[in-house]
Design a binder for this molecule. Structure first.
Ligand SMILES: NC(=O)c1ccc[n+]([C@@H]2O[C@H](COP(=O)([O-])OP(=O)(O)OC[C@H]3O[C@@H](n4cnc5c(N)ncnc54)[C@H](OP(=O)(O)O)[C@@H]3O)[C@@H](O)[C@H]2O)c1
Length: 271
């Protein structure tokens, strides 16, 4: 496993994503992922699976302090103290007394950013939230949020077809983690000839090359999701090879501004 040191904290660079992984599939997936070595789990209030993540965590037998557990406050829970009350509910479902990182899932322009961030900051003082972060925040909003509370992470879509240079530079400036969601572009990388060629040199698949490319970057984490045990194993097998600087650059050159997650109510990405 590669770890990134962010603000003095060692974060496992590869995590397990749980979007569209409901019920027993989630419980089983989390338990299995932890069993094979994943130590970073990503969920959200909006995924409606926090109780199954909690159950998987318990059944895995892995000590709570050995797992970097991330959840996200839904934008409908930003007003007043709702970020705090809904986080308390998340903790109950997750069967833990703290999350390592709580993110604001999406910007919500109808609620002043101070409200959810200050609510999370109070929880941070109580120990229920170790670190506070954001997700889907463009650069100017990250700056605004960082002026309100200390930020640990921005989680955004990032894969070979969507570069994130500005946000990565910003993450480095603030000593923040940049977590890549949709890290394998929801399977689009599978047939890529460049990734296939590079993979052939290392006896790895395009998916493994992509995940390696991400976690080999400073302060970048990746959280691939799979419902299938074999794929969870394959996605984790990225620590026994290394990409050369030329190979890294060849993958950076694949950018084509292909954004997969772009809802109408989403922010101006400032690109
Ligand atoms: N903050 C946000 O707004 C946000 C948005 C989207 C996602 N996320 C987080 O990021 C995580 C990952 O993103 P994602 O799930 O959207 O996309 P992803 O991880 O890029 O791709 C998941 C898809 O690829 C398939 N897959 C996984 N491993 C594979 C492999 N080795 N070979 C072939 N296919 C494979 C999965 O199918 P099977 O499951 O059938 O294997 C699934 O359809 C999410 O689960 C969630 O935790 C956050």
């Amino acid at each position: 496993m590669i770890h990134h040191t962010v603000q003095g904290v060692n974060v496992p660079a590869l995590g397990f994503g749980t979007f569209r992984l409901p019920g027993e599939d989630c419980r089983e997936g989390v338990e299995h992922a932890l069993g094979i070595g994943y130590r970073h789990i990503d969920t959200a209030q909006g995924y409606n699976n926090e109780e199954y993540v909690g159950e998987g965590l318990k059944r895995s037998g892995v000590a709570r302090e050995d797992v970097f557990l991330v959840s996200k406050v839904a934008p409908t829970n930003f007003a007043g103290d709702a970020a705090a009350t809904s986080t308390a509910e998340s903790l109950r479902k997750l069967r833990t007394d703290y999350v390592d990182l709580m993110l604001l899932h999406w910007p919500n322009p109808s609620v002043p950013l101070e409200q959810p961030l200050q609510a999370l900051a109070r929880l941070q003082r109580d120990g229920a939230v170790r670190h506070i972060g954001v997700s889907n925040f463009p650069p100017s909003l990250v700056e605004r949020a960082a002026g309100i509370t200390h930020l640990f992470c921005n989680q955004v879509e990032y894969h070979p077809y969507l570069s994130q240079t500005a946000l990565i530079d910003q993450a480095h400036e603030h000593d923040m983690l940049l977590t890549a969601y949709c890290p394998i572009a929801r399977g689009k990388v599978l047939d890529d000839p460049v990734l296939r060629d590079i993979g052939a040199r290392h006896a790895k698949t395009p998916t493994q090359v992509t995940l390696r490319w991400l976690v080999q970057q400073d302060a970048v984490a990746a959280i691939p999701k799979s419902k299938q045990a074999q794929r969870r194993l394959d996605n984790f097998a990225v620590f026994d090879f290394e990409l050369s600087p030329e190979e890294m650059d060849a993958i950076f050159a694949l950018d084509r501004e292909d954004r997969l997650v772009d809802p109408a109510e989403g922010p101006d990405w400032e690109r």
